[in-house]
Write a protein that binds this ligand. Sequence first.
Ligand code: NDP
Length: 455
Amino acid sequence: MIMVTKNQTPSGIVEEFMDWIRQRNPGEREFHQAVYEVGVNVLPFLLEHPEYREAEIFRRLCEPDRIVIFRVVWQDDQGNIQVNRGYRVQHNNAIGPYKGGIRFHPSVNLSILKFLAFEQTFKNSLTGLPMGGGKGGSDFDPKGKSDSEIMRFCQSFMSELYRHIGPYTDVPAGDIGVGGREVSYLFGQYKRLANQFTGVLTGKGLAFGGSEIRVEATGYGCVYMMEDMLKHSGEDIDGKTAVVSGSGNVALYAVEKLIELGARPVTLSDSSGFIFDPAGINNEKLAWIKELKENRRGRISEYAAEFGVEFHQGKNPWVVPCQLAFPCATQNEIRKADADRLLQNGCIAVAEGANMPSEQAAIDAFQAARILFAPSKAANAGGVAVSGLEMTQNSMRLSWSREELNRHLREIMLEIHNRCVQYGTEDDHFVSYLRGANVAGFIKVADAMLAYGVM
Ligand code: NDP
């Protein structure tokens, strides 16, 4: 039990808890980091809430309900047999079916998926929709693969996964390396094996049960969160310079919304480097990038050649002066030195489009500087929120309009913002969106777990 003695300080309790986590999950660096990021707020909160503490809710929440690990065998275009590993971490279904994306990337391992599933549980709770947390994926690298190789891999992956998921059990979606094309192959194979047309995946094509706004939702939602934070602190997004990393689903639609709201996005990146366009990325340039990334599957360096701007090979964009930063590529892409550089250059707000893109020391630097900082579980919750609405539409067997869904997304992001303010406002009126998101996300799941008794 999380014992509280007179001499124990909040930091002592966190350290003791983390020793337990590290011992139980050796070598899982990203998972330790994710638990610490939540625990540092939730464990002190438990000091005032013996009902959660005595029932060991947080300790239970650090142990996934179930993890499935399986072999994925497929044949490449040359006829060679390839072997990959597939995973599904079903983290917690206290408030709804497991819900969370599937990632295909060579870096995928158990630690990364456990961190993502853990985060997802709190994020899904924050949306206010009835969704539990899960995450899955494979160490398969889609880069450079032909369409038929991608199809064969997806079919093989789903041939095992299908027995563990279902519209009332676990509803996966896309993530890094899994976009519309992959979701379609996965859904097609599920439908064939289960002989059922059900809303078992989200991010589907509009012709077969997909939802309007799902593609845009994570990027748009992240910018809405930024807009709300700025408004709450008496600022405006209009006219501000924004640095964005990544050039995938989240990054491109964050840029689209930034342009619409009058901000000036000046960078995009991929794993090879970043482009810096001081004039700002506008709608015409964005359309060109979408065609490059979504249809030709090209590299962001080609933008530099096309529009005559700088490409910085092997670098990330945090050196570029800006007021707003949107990390939208991957975990731990903002290191402490990057955070210091952003602060020196006048950055006043960060909204995390990617999952856990700031390492802990970078978060500490942002919090110490008292800038606006929206952690991923709040800032990128728009994607899963619209996935939740896709599930609702599938259950009702109807489709809502784009306008209606965008209105829902806007309202959900504002509610997330307001929950963060409710639980994160400090005595001097500074809002720790980090603490607000962690505590608000925890309470709903914890109350459900308390109600179920000991399990
Ligand atoms: P995509 O696969 O569409 O794009 C990922 C982008 O990030 C690409 O530009 C990719 O470059 C870059 N990237 C990936 N890994 C690295 C790396 N190790 N170093 C540098 N750049 C990298 O993924 P998404 O846009 O969907 O996801 C981005 C982030 O947002 C992830 O953290 C994901 O978990 C999170 N997220 C996504 C949601 C969604 O709805 N899609 C919902 C909530 C969170 P390259 O092509 O060179 O690999």
